[in-house]
Design a protein around this ligand. Sequence first.
Ligand code: NAP
Length: 243
Amino acid sequence: MSCALVTGASRGLGRAIAVQLAKDHGLHILVNFASNQQAAEETLAEIQSVGGSGELLQFNVQTKTEVDEALNGWKEKNEDKTISVLVNNAGITRDGLFMWMPEKDWDDVVDVSAKGLFNVTQNAIQQMLRKRSGRIVNIASVSGLKGVPGQVNYSAAKGAIIAASRSLAQEVAKRKITVNVVAPGFITSDMTKDLNEEELKQMIPMNRFGKAEEVAHLVSFLVSDKAAYITGEVININGGIYS
Ligand code: NAP
């Protein structure tokens, strides 16, 4: 049975992506989350409500030992299943001006996105390499392309994801594994709930924030057979913000 592992799938974009992949591709979804089990269970219920299947898989993407323990334990118990799709979606922000940024805010933001990508991908890609097929989609941000003041840490983290994805895409293309990046602009979620939407939407040509489901449709296309020849790409989804 083919599975999709979606990190940070308890809320926001990750939840929408998890539900969409179950709906469009019949993939068994591994719903990863950091600590919010109740929200992760709601994701699972949504997956089931569209006729899909899945299970919760808690781990902190920042910690390699935790990731390996969870994924290796899952693999041992599920020899009939393989992870053919990985969506590295988990991410956090700790915004603030660079001159006053605490070291921890730099480390945490870079660790969840960039080190998280290393930890989860290095484990999950082994089966894809053996099977000679796979899809990896990494969620970056407009911040990683054009930069945003107050987000030097987040821009560094997302820029790292973009550069790493392009390199990895070239390493694994011969094994028919594609690696692409989705770079959203402002999308309605817990991450953006404290932003001033009325003010910010004025700089978006579409004059609105995006929806998590709109990002999920793009990810769903990238994991489909139709996207087999697209790799190493960064696809913006931002309502026309020029980056
Ligand atoms: P969100 O609503 O804050 O949800 C974040 C998700 O990541 C939650 O499921 C959370 O799990 C999980 N998570 C956080 N730290 C984790 C860790 N160390 N290990 C495992 N899971 C972890 O965020 P979102 O808006 O959906 O954002 C999802 C992704 O899109 C992020 O990478 C973000 O940078 C990117 N993005 C978002 C926007 C936007 O406007 N919303 C724009 C561009 C890019 P818990 O529920 O357990 O805490």
